[in-house]
Write a protein that binds this ligand. Structure first.
Ligand code: GDP
Length: 368
């Protein structure tokens, strides 16, 4: 009979199979006298928080829990994957609590990009998605840019109340919390604890604030619409930009097609010769072809020439879904959540874009 091992830190059942799941510990950890899950181990020994993945059911419980608090909610999104990292439904649960929306990973954007436009687009999109944040800010948790400003805004907006930091997995929530812990300096080790999220068995990281209030880091939530769920780890590395994006320019005539790896197909149906600028990972291969050849090319070369996905993951890729766009008088971006976007440097254009089912494709006023 298998013995249930409980983490001495947070009380969760310890498991050694799912590295990103709740209660994970490497098998070697089971040989120690005091057994803790990896998350608690890192917190205790390195003052470092790590995110755990959640089920949908737990996600709902978290949303419910937030509605019962009187607190400031800080919602972190990945600006490179805005709709993919959005937490749908949050607005219905926050009640009267103010929400500060923070866009992370601003270091990936080319310098030519107008950050005010990005903030305005985030405000507009949030409103369309039903959320009215009290403010929208940008930061790079990784490069420690704007983090201090966000911390100051949190301190002002919370008006003495507790703070809940929420976000879906991979937005950089842990990186942000770790920067905040670092800023505390010295004896934070003794101060940081974990507690259960109300109504669940999920633990949160609790960081004490000066006035006796607490900043809670809630577990990260999995969003199934993220591009990240359609490729494997290796491929995810290719599509996730790691440094400042270098825009790639293509002069196209109508009847030409671009493939962004094998994940996105972009058809220029009608319009004068136009330049299209791709903002995506510098490592993602972009392939240009004629539209009349595109179907066959995709059929024959998905997984090799058109990659990611790779030969192993191509059969798991959901079918591509078509999205049609008409560009009228203003310059636009066609945004592929989790992958990047294509700026259309022209007007009076008809386009069709294809992306795997579930991956959001949208149009916005150009940020450049
Ligand atoms: P969490 O799941 O929300 O806790 O996300 P993590 O903090 O673990 O970060 C997820 C990934 O995003 C990691 O590979 C980080 O290195 C990366 N990341 C976090 N913050 C930033 C940032 O500001 N810029 C960039 N480029 N990457 C970041």
């Amino acid at each position: 009979e298998e013995r249930q091992i409980i983490c001495s830190g947070c009380g969760v059942a310890v498991q050694t199979k799912d590295k990103t799941g709740l209660g994970y510990a490497p098998p070697s950890a089971l040989e120690r006298d005091v057994i803790t899950c990896q998350r608690c181990f890192r917190l205790k020994h390195y003052n470092e928080v790590q995110d755990v993945a959640l089920t949908d059911d737990d996600f709902l419980k978290i949303l419910n829990g937030l509605g019962k608090t009187d607190a400031l909610i800080v919602k972190i999104v990945d600006i490179f994957d805005f709709t993919g990292s959005w937490l749908p439904g949050l607005h219905r649960f926050v009640g009267g609590n103010p929400v500060l929306l923070v866009g992370n990973k601003v270091d990936l954007l080319p310098k030519s990009l107008n950050q005010n436009r990005l903030v305005n687009w985030m405000k507009k999109s949030a409103k369309e998605l039903g959320l009215k944040p009290v403010d929208v800010m940008l930061m790079s948790a990784d490069k420690n840019q704007g983090v201090e400003e966000v911390a100051a805004a949190i301190d002002e907006l919370r008006e003495g109340k507790d703070v809940y930091v929420v976000g879906c997995t991979n937005v950089g929530k842990s990186t942000f919390i770790n920067q905040i812990i670092k800023a505390f300096g010295g004896d934070s080790e003794q101060l940081i604890t974990t507690s259960y999220f109300p109504g669940t068995t999920l633990d949160m990281i609790d960081i004490p604030l000066d006035d006796g209030s607490t900043l809670y880091d809630t577990p990260g939530i999995i969003n199934h619409h993220q591009m990240a769920h359609h490729v494997d780890k290796q491929e995810l590395k290719i599509i996730t930009p790691k440094k400042e994006i270098k825009p790639m320019n293509f002069q196209l005539n109508e009847g030409q097609t671009l493939f962004l790896g094998g994940l996105v197909r972009f058809d220029f149906l009608k319009g004068d010769r136009t330049s299209f600028t791709c903002y995506c990972s510098n490592e993602l291969h972009i392939h240009r072809t004629k539209q009349e050849k595109a179907d066959q090319l995709y059929e024959e070369h998905l997984g090799d020439l058109l990659t990611p996905p790779g030969p192993e993951t191509k059969s798991d890729l959901p079918p591509l879904v078509k999205h049609s766009f008409r560009v009228k008088e203003e310059k636009v971006d066609i945004v592929f959540s989790g992958l990047g976007w294509v700026t259309v440097n022209g007007t009076h254009i008809v386009l069709e874009a294809y992306a795997p089912k579930g991956v959001e494709v949208s149009i916005r006023e150009s940020l450049i």
